[in-house]
Every structure is written in structure tokens, then in C-alpha cells.
Design a protein around this ligand. Sequence first.
Ligand code: GAP
Length: 459
Amino acid sequence: MAEQNKENMMEKIVSLCKRRGFVFPTSEIYGGFANSYSYGPYGTELKNNIKKMWWKKFVQKRPDIVGMDGPILLNPKTWEASGHTEGFNDAMVDCKNCKRRYRADHLVKELTEEDMEGELERMTKTLQSGLKCPECGKSDWTEVRKMSQMFKTEMNGFDGSVYLRPETAGAIFSDFKNIVDSVRVKVPFGIAQIGKAFRNEIVARNFIFRIREFEQMEIEYFIEPETEWEPIFEKWLQDQEEFALSIGAKEEDLRRYEHPKAKLSHYSKKTIDIEYNFPFGFGELFGLAHRGDFDLMQHSKFSGQKLEYFDPVKNQWYVPHVLEPTVGLDRLILTAICAGYAEEKLENGEERIVLRFPKAVAPIKVAVFPLMKNKPELVDKAKEIFENLSENFMCEFDDNGNVGKRYRRQDEIGTPYCVTVDFESLDDDAVTVRDRDTMKQERIKIAELENYLAKKLSE
Ligand code: GAP
């Protein structure tokens, strides 16, 4: 797809998301708030469906993975141990002319040095050697400064700063001992968590791709230190890619990016991102890192607690190593919407926009319509069908406008099936079921409708 079309596509997606209640700028009545977004009714359903699918694949169906749900505010020692308090910084620079703020590493890309101070100086030099501001075209830069990505707050009864967690992983490590002591887990095993994370990003951009309050779905997968980890690492990459495909991503839009050895933290053996081809270019969707025993050792050092595992097979204690598969939920939502978005020309010359979500992802599974809203016998029957079906499926009742318009609306939110009650239904106890993708219609007996839809929705 040409770059121009891709840019245009992002605008179309943002507009669809607002128009149809998926995602809108938050606090809009106050003029918005710092590129933050709210999920509307369909966005919330979409989010819940993707969370459920992830939990099913990586917790429910995995005998070796358990879940947990830790708080956003943790003892700040957690972040000292993980290195976030000192080291979770971005390099920030302002254009003095137009006042636009940037992440310096997004402007100066060829960085090699490891230490932040060295990089700040190098970036300042490169920028001040004539690099132009992408906004105003001038080259008038401030010094590059470091800015912490940690959101600070206070807590009654606690002296000192408390932080909103910058990643969900912290609680998994600090609760490692409680989980090992209370649940019968055997290495290799994983602990999974879904929850909000907060990062004071210098620039929030690309819609919900980079935001300051977002949701992560993370797993810490503990392995025996001497084990052959490469096949396990590869399997995790494949499982993550498989998950991306299950929410609608196409294989050709996924690629792996391996972090160069020189850029890896000293404890990491390997880090690979799985990137998705968004309309604005490839961007990180999943991450997978081999983190050695760094986290458990650090938390052990800072807490004074032994964070080890007793291996009954080897009959010895050790600190397990960890593989960390992680993904941002908001980025998965954007992926599902971008991958599903299609504009189609119909045989009758009309155009439709359709979100071709996989059925498990679709926010609404079935829409139920009475053919006409001013015919009580049709409305009553449609309401009865809605009541029955909504026991098992997320349904929507719609009697607004003509049926054609209702189909277009449901196509735009990706509803796989629309059920219409018409005059014939009163005689033959059957309804018309219309398929989102083929647009074909079938006549189904009301008594068989639930089973029919259950089967179709699970295909
Ligand atoms: N515990 C490891 C960790 O947090 P990360 O690569 O910094 O690793 C994990 O973040 C995932 O969280 C990323 O792969 C990305 O999908 C998502 N993510 C990170 N920053 C984000 C942001 N500002 N907005 C939305 N999602 C973000």
C-alpha cells in the first residue's frame, strides 16, 4: 500500500472509531487531555474479547501457567530493584522555534553508545549540527535532557514517592515467593497478569499505539538455568505470532526484529520484538526477552528474601531464569481494527465499510431487527429473540432506519450476523439471518436459531 494511502487509512480508522463508539478522545468536553483516549461501548467489548482470548490461550489452556492480579501501586523498592527509578528515562529535546517536543532518539537514529549521559551529548551535537525540525524546518534545538518515564504520586501513611507501575511485571516478581509457596507450580512454569501500566511518554502518538496509560498482558516464564532455552524461546515467538493471527493480523504484516547484541542489557541473552505493519509503518506489538536471573536476584537483594525454587527432580534450590513474553493490549486492539478494516464496492454500486473481525473478536455477535419499528407484533417477536439470544451472545437490538442502513451500521462495527423478523416470521416462525462477509441471507427456524448461531460463531 502506498504511504499516502496508509496515512489516509489511519485517519479513516480514527474517524470510524469515534463515529461508531470504539475509541474517542477522552475529556473532549474540556478540550481533550494529552492524547488520552476512552474506550466506548464497542471498544470495551473488543478489549474484553481480546483479553479473554489471551487468557484462554495462555492461562486456561496451559497447565504450566497461572494467573495473578497485583496492584498498580507497589512498594517503591520494587522499582529500585528493577532499575526503573534510576534508569527508566527517555531523551527529550525541544525545538526552540516552534516549541514542538520530541524524543531525541526518534530524530537521531544512529546511536551506538550504551550509557545515557554519553548518548545525550552525542544527540545534542548531532541535532545542533544542522538537523532540521520536522515541524517547522528550522534547526534551533535545546540541549537533549533525560526525562523519567515514571509517574510519581504520594500515599497516606507512606514517606516518600510512590509510582504508578510502568509495567505489570513488577508484581509478578515481588509475589513470586507467595505463588511458589501457595500453588503447586513446577519449573518450567509461568505467571500471567493483565493490567494497566503508566509511562510518562514524551510524545503520545499514533492514536492508541503510544499512550501514557495503557494495558499490558505479560507472562514471566520461569525455566531451569541450565536448560536448553532456545527451543522454548522459539515456541514463545510462535505462540505470540499465532495469537496475532487469531485476532485477524495477516502473516505478511508481521515480522520479527531482533535487538542487536550491543544494545541488549547485560543480563539479557536475547530479545526479539514481533512488529505489526500499522498504517504508519512497522511498530512493536509483542516483546520476548530472555532476562536470565536478573529480576529475581535484584528483588532478592533489595528485599533480603530468598527468591529461589526447590527442584524436586534435581533435589536442589536455584534461582530460575526467566523468559518474558509481553504485549500491549491497546496495540492489539489497533491491530485488530487495522487488519479488519475494508472498504468494498457492492454489486449495486454502493460502497460499504466493514470490519472483518474474526468472530471471537467481534464486539457484537448478533444484531436483531424487527423489519419495521411501528409494527408491535414484529417488535415484540424481535425483542423476545433478543432476550433469548442475549443469554449466550453479546447482541444488539436495532429498529432505527431501514434494514439496509442497519446492515451498514453493523458491518462498520464488525457484527458477524444480523437477524431480521419480518411479516413472514409471524406465519412460518422463521427469521432471515444475514452473514457479514458473504452478505448472503438464510431462512432459519426460530426454534433452531440459537444452535445455528452457536455453530456458526464457533467456526
Ligand atoms: N515488562 C517488559 C515491558 O514492559 P516493553 O517493551 O517496555 O516491555 C511491553 O512493553 C509492551 O507494552 C510493548 O511490546 C507494547 O506492546 C506495550 N507498550 C509499551 N509502551 C506502550 C505505550 N506507551 N502505549 C501502548 N502500549 C505500550
